[in-house]
Write a protein that binds this ligand. Structure first.
Ligand SMILES: C[S@@+](CC[C@H](N)C(=O)[O-])C[C@H]1O[C@@H](n2cnc3c(N)ncnc32)[C@H](O)[C@@H]1O
Length: 291
């Protein structure tokens, strides 16, 4: 009989919980983003309207895709943890030479996300981004927006991204990270962190100070880590208004709120609470090239 460690068991439990969470709560994201962006936004003064959330959320897509440095030749792009495929759809709209693949573990996202991609040069597949069935050196570009956190920013995710990228291919990650070791968090930050991980089914957040070395060890070069916390903050401030709006809409329609939706709402609240601990948490855009 195959024996597994307690760590592996917890990781498996988290994955099952995460899949259930996304199968039940993904449709709520329509309230967060008309385009089904399941991430925070990127604010640029005088370019994005801080009161129009989707302009900031789509600007995050634009910022991530810009960093891929897509040329005019055919570009196979993979979105590792693609949600409803919003980033893929954004890339396909910008570049006619892109063929986009997305992976997710949620059946809801697979079905509904592929409906939104109908007639476009993109497809969502049910695969684990830590261990895909794609051939080695298959992709020119890879993105991971707020998805690797579900596997605790594990080396396995980076290793797999490195394997499936062609030499010279680029990976761009946009995600929240810790600025220090978990054990060094103050009481408030620790409370926010534990609840954030619990409510959004995140295994853990990595310490950004270790991440660059991790990428280097796996064979990535020209690694750029940008602190985008202040650019992301205006969209994080939308959270309380979005939560109130969502609840009111449900109440006015005499609809009950699902357990997973409540979990998601609490997670959003703890994301805001974590963001206020600026010495402990940050939002980063990381660009790395496969050697
Ligand atoms: C917060 S959503 C972000 C979705 C998308 N990147 C976006 O920004 O709209 C996280 C996504 O990661 C996916 N995910 C989490 N763990 C995964 C895994 N091990 N393999 C594939 N997808 C995973 C979830 O199914 C979900 O689609």
């Amino acid at each position: 009989m195959k024996t597994i460690t307690l760590e592996q068991q917890l990781s498996e439990d988290n994955r099952i919980e995460m899949i259930d969470f996304y199968n039940e709560a993904t449709e709520d994201y329509k309230f967060w983003s008309h385009d089904y962006n399941m991430h925070f936004g990127y604010f640029i003064p005088f370019k994005t309207n801080p009161f129009k959330r989707d302009t900031m959320l789509n600007q995050m897509n634009a910022q991530v895709i810009k960093r891929l440095g897509i040329s005019s030749s055919k570009n196979r792009l993979i979105d590792l943890g693609c949600g409803m495929g919003a980033t893929m759809r954004y890339a396909l709209k910008q570049y006619t030479n892109v063929i986009a693949y997305g992976v997710t573990l949620s059946d809801f996202q697979l079905k509904q996300g592929n409906k939104l991609l109908q007639g476009k040069n993109g497809i969502i597949i049910k695969e684990n981004y830590n261990d895909t069935s794609f051939q080695t050196n298959a992709f020119d570009s890879a993105v991971a927006i707020e998805s690797f956190c579900h596997s605790g920013h594990s080396s396995l995710s980076l290793k797999e991204a490195h394997r499936i990228l062609k030499p010279g291919g680029r990976l761009v990650i946009a995600d929240a990270f810790l600025k220090k070791d978990k054990t060094q968090l103050c009481k408030g930050a620790k409370h926010a962190y534990q609840n954030l991980c619990n409510h959004w089914s995140l295994e853990q957040l990595a310490n950004i100070n270790d991440y660059k070395q991790n990428l280097k060890n796996l064979g990535f070069t020209t690694i750029k880590i940008e602190d985008a916390s202040f650019k992301v903050a205006p969209s994080v401030l939308h959270v309380p208004f979005a939560i109130i709006g969502f609840i009111l809409k449900k109440l006015l329609r005499f609809k009950s709120i699902k357990r997973e939706s409540l979990h998601n709402l609490k997670g959003s609240f703890y994301a805001l609470f974590s963001g206020l601990h600026m010495k402990s948490f940050g939002y980063y855009i990381i660009t790395a090239t496969k050697n």
